[in-house]
Write a protein that binds this ligand. Structure first.
Ligand code: TGC
Ligand code: FAD
Length: 392
């Protein structure tokens, strides 16, 4: 891959709305991505191998639990800082951001929010330092958009819970030390369990052959009469609202992340359009290419402001699920369109690994699907504005 020359587009001086701390956190993450992710990411994707050498660095820049309080090992930052870290990581690669989002919002968050003090103290500091890596099991082979239909279940066997079932499409599962697993109890109520690698009957086969998110390890979680100690039940919330609460936080991070991928595509295409000559002129001087670039920066700028405002609302604990859905949906769609247009600006070079665009484009096909598909988020907005539920 070519050297990473990324410069961040900021057409409406959004930086002026960030604090010095926000900018420091953003710039530290950006430098780390340039140094540690950009040089190795193309090779990792081509080989479809998660680059686990970056885990320590992710922990060091505070990407594991940015907003978890410092007393539990987190960085104790605000929601805009969390978003900026996700933006910078996804500027590097969606798979790297995925690892950090899952660890922070889908593993640390439920332990912090729904766990007891003993669970917080036992797991959170090790998750923050990267000593433990977690994954989140909600989706099942027959229940993706409709997680409430899940069949994974557990029985109370006196000294322990007996867990059976399977989860599919689980980021980080092949190497995770722990899994937050959503399963139904004998009354059919959804609960969260912390399942640990090494428990008898628990396996995590890897899913191979992905054309998207190749630098992220994806797999299954299979539970065959797994005896889960009772102290591993998350006691403080149950029902589908518990995993959906985690998704609010992760979808918020994705909204920021998608801007990072879009900015990288735009920045690459803009630079290329000035360097590449055809018909004796830079291709950027042709009106058709300018139209593409002008529309891209317009969409990036709109997304930056929408997302910054969402961050403000989130800091005030006023961001609704529907607002988060709208922002995730808009930004990922925007990033996918920008990746496709940018790739065209690079012509044939756009399909090579010399440039990051095709990798972003392929990654975004997962991002537009996971954490709620493009269609599901539209229906969440539809329900919010009409009061009429299209799901039921
Ligand atoms: P519905 O009846 O609407 O809600 C069930 C219960 O949940 C409550 N609730 C929420 N609570 C907290 N936060 C939220 N955001 C909530 N949304 C709903 C709701 O009040 C209700 O509570 P109660 O007490 O009455 O039971 O549920 P539904 O079955 O109709 O489904 C709604 C729907 C379709 C929107 C939802 O299930 C959905 O979002 N589906 C998409 C599934 C999804 O996003 N899966 C993601 C899996 S994880 C993942 O993809 C990780 S990728 C990570 C990476 O690599 O980055
Ligand atoms: P389906 O639910 O079968 O949907 C198929 C199509 O039908 C979609 O277009 C959908 O929009 C549409 N559809 C469904 N219902 C409706 C409706 N009511 N109205 C209109 N259209 C509808 N899950 C986890 O739990 N943990 C993870 O870590 C995780 N990581 C993932 C990583 C990757 C790379 C991928 C690809 C997925 C991951 N997922 C994870 C799963 C992801 O959340 C699901 O793929 C997603 O929620 C969609 O579920 P599905 O694939 O079963 O599609």
């Amino acid at each position: 891959m070519k050297p990473d020359l990324f410069t961040s587009p900021d057409y409406f001086h959004l930086d002026e709305l960030l604090t010095e701390e926000h900018k420091l956190i953003r710039d530290t993450s950006r430098e780390w991505v340039k140094k540690e992710v950009s040089p190795i990411i193309e090779d990792a994707c081509q080989k479809a191998k998660f680059p686990n050498q970056i885990l320590t660095g992710l922990a060091e820049i505070g990407a594991f639990g940015p907003y978890i309080p410092a007393e539990y090992g987190g960085a104790g930052l605000d929601q805009i800082s969390y978003g900026l870290i996700m933006q910078e990581l996804e500027r590097g690669d969606s798979g790297i951001r995925s690892t950090a989002s899952v660890q922070s919002s889908l593993v640390m968050y439920p332990i912090y929010k729904y766990g007891n003090e003993e669970q917080r103290k036992r797991f959170l500091p090790k998750l923050a330092s990267g000593e433990l890596i977690g994954c989140f099991g909600l989706t099942e082979p027959d229940h993706g958009s409709n997680p409430g239909g899940m069949t994974t279940n557990f029985k109370d066997c006196g000294d322990y819970f007996l867990l059976n079932g399977a989860k599919l499409w689980i980021s980080n599962s092949p190497f995770a030390d722990i899994a937050i697993v959503w399963a139904k109890n004998e009354e059919g109520r959804i609960k969260g369990l912390i399942v640990e690698r090494g428990m008898d009957g628990f396996t995590t086969p890897e899913t191979h052959g992905k054309w998207s998110l190749r630098a992220s390890a994806t797999g299954e979680l299979v539970f065959d009469n797994v005896k889960v100690p009772k102290q591993n039940l998350l006691p403080n919330k149950d029902g589908l609202g518990a995993p959906l609460g985690c998704l609010d936080s992760a979808r918020y991070g994705i909204a920021w992340g998608a801007i990072g991928a879009a900015m990288d595509c735009y920045d690459t295409a803009l630079r290329y359009s000035k360097e590449r000559h055809q018909f004796g002129k830079p291709i950027g001087s042709f009106q058709l290419q300018q139209k593409k670039l002008a529309e891209m920066i317009t969409e990036i700028t709109k997304a930056q402001f929408l997302t910054w405002r969402l961050g403000v609302l989130k800091n005030e604990d006023r961001a609704s699920t529907a607002q988060i859905s709208m922002c995730k949906r808009n930004n990922v769609d925007m990033a996918l369109k920008i990746a496709r247009e940018s790739r065209q600006i690079l012509g044939g070079m756009g399909i090579t690994g010399d440039y990051p665009i095709m990798r972003h484009m392929m990654n975004l096909e997962s991002v537009v699907t996971y954490e709620g598909t493009h269609d599901i988020h539209l229906l969440i907005t539809g329900l919010d504005i009409t009061g009429l539920n299209a799901f039921k």
